[in-house]
Design a protein around this ligand. Structure first.
Ligand SMILES: [Zn+2]
Length: 387
């Protein structure tokens, strides 16, 4: 069983500490750092305890300013997406078309048919199989995650996500005031997919530490607040973990199933981002920071003559307008960097830059190289299972 801490004393202490800092801040930026930290801590404390812990009077007095500042930070990230919307539309469509047809073929293979019928035994927590699977992966593939993991455990900041927290698979809350990370993962009969969220969240922690060491606290905040590159490293580790167990040990089927799930989510994020980027600029500006329904957005594009009616999705879902492209790029770039480690090293040096087509090009990525690599990666992972 994962060494999860069920004592929330430290979270309460962090909340009280942040609360005391509100009155000590002098600048708008300082107040915003405290506000963001407080907001994240309240949310995560509620998720694990279902209890509210908030000095409402204190909090309300900063809400308006904090929200405005947050919108400013997100706006600069999202503006670059709108400015280059034609680039994103072409890139997403090209990647979607390539990947979706490959993946459909794989899902129709006899291997996938057999896999669906197989009984998968849950990860044996009593025997500490979950910890073993993680440690074995860290030691073999990414030893630096091992020390990060032990650091989080020994400081007591590995918590369980609330049982009712269905929307999220994992969560990292960064205390920008005390400069520490809190990680929340599922602790209820973890499946392989849920276990892969541990390396994912540790990827966020690694980046948090890296930013604290190399850049200013405001750069850190900007990167993590809907920055378009903020899901790349986490997705990279999540996929590396699943790939490792597709090739090692006796949990191969579980790992393949989890990877299928991971790819399905990636394909959905790519499609959703294509739909968003296809919208007129004015419309995109109106719906930023909101959620929209996929089907009604598709119908809008059909009415405008931008999308063919035959592309209307069978299933509807909610799209987080400023979230979906972040996950789509997280998935796309992670796949690219897993095939091209040199580009990954370059990306890690340059990632504190504004997200633009020129930035992508500077790490070797064009629409063509990305969609080609996506197929190379899919063949690498799933090719041997095709009929
Ligand atoms: Zn993440």
């Amino acid at each position: 069983m994962l060494p999860i801490n069920y004592d929330y004393g430290d979270l309460v202490e962090q909340l009280c500490y942040a609360g005391r800092q509100f009155s000590k801040c002098r600048t708008k930026e300082e107040r915003f750092l405290v506000y963001e930290t407080y907001l994240g801590l309240i949310d995560s404390y509620f998720s694990v305890t279902e209890k509210e812990f908030c000095n409402k009077k204190l909090y309300r007095s900063f809400t308006k300013e904090g929200e405005n500042f947050f919108l400013e930070v997100c706006a600069s990230n999202f503006n670059t997406f709108i400015e280059n919307k034609e680039f994103h539309t072409n890139l997403m469509l090209s990647c979607y078309e390539q990947l979706d047809s490959f993946f459909q073929e794989f899902c129709e293979s006899s291997y996938c048919g057999c896999l669906e019928k197989k009984k998968i035994f849950p990860i044996n927590e009593e025997m500490d199989e979950d910890s073993y699977l993680l440690m074995n992966f860290f030691n073999e593939k990414v030893p630096k995650l091992c020390s990060l993991y032990h650091g989080i455990i020994s400081s007591g900041n590995l918590y369980s996500l609330g049982e009712d927290d269905w929307l999220r698979e994992g969560l990292s809350i960064f205390n920008l005031v005390q400069k520490k990370a809190n990680v929340f993962v599922s602790s209820f009969n973890p499946s392989f997919k849920e276990l892969s969220i541990v390396p994912h969240e540790l990827g966020h922690v690694e980046e948090f530490n890296y930013f604290l060491e190399h850049y200013s606290i405001m750069d850190t905040l900007r990167y993590f607040s809907s920055g378009f590159l903020s899901e790349v490293v986490s997705t990279y580790y999540e996929q590396l973990f699943l790939e490792f167990y597709m090739n090692h040990g006796n949990r191969r089927d579980d790992a393949v199933l989890a990877m299928i799930n991971h790819f399905q989510k990636g394909i959905n994020d790519i499609w959703d981002s294509y739909i968003l980027a296809s919208l007129p600029k004015k419309k995109l500006e109106e719906i930023r920071n909101t959620n929209v329904e996929l089907n009604s957005t598709e119908i809008e594009l059909i009415d405008l003559g931008i999308l063919s009616p035959s592309f209307l999705s069978e299933e509807d879902r909610i799209i987080g307008v400023d979230i979906s492209p972040v996950y789509a790029y997280g998935f796309l770039l992670a796949n690219y960097f897993l095939e091209y480690p040199k580009s990954y090293a370059l990306f890690n040096e340059k990632k504190n830059q504004s997200f633009s087509p020129e930035f992508l090009e500077s790490v070797g990525i064009t629409t063509e190289s990305l969609s080609k690599t996506l197929i190379k990666r899919s063949e690498h992972l799933f090719g041997k299972y095709l009929d």
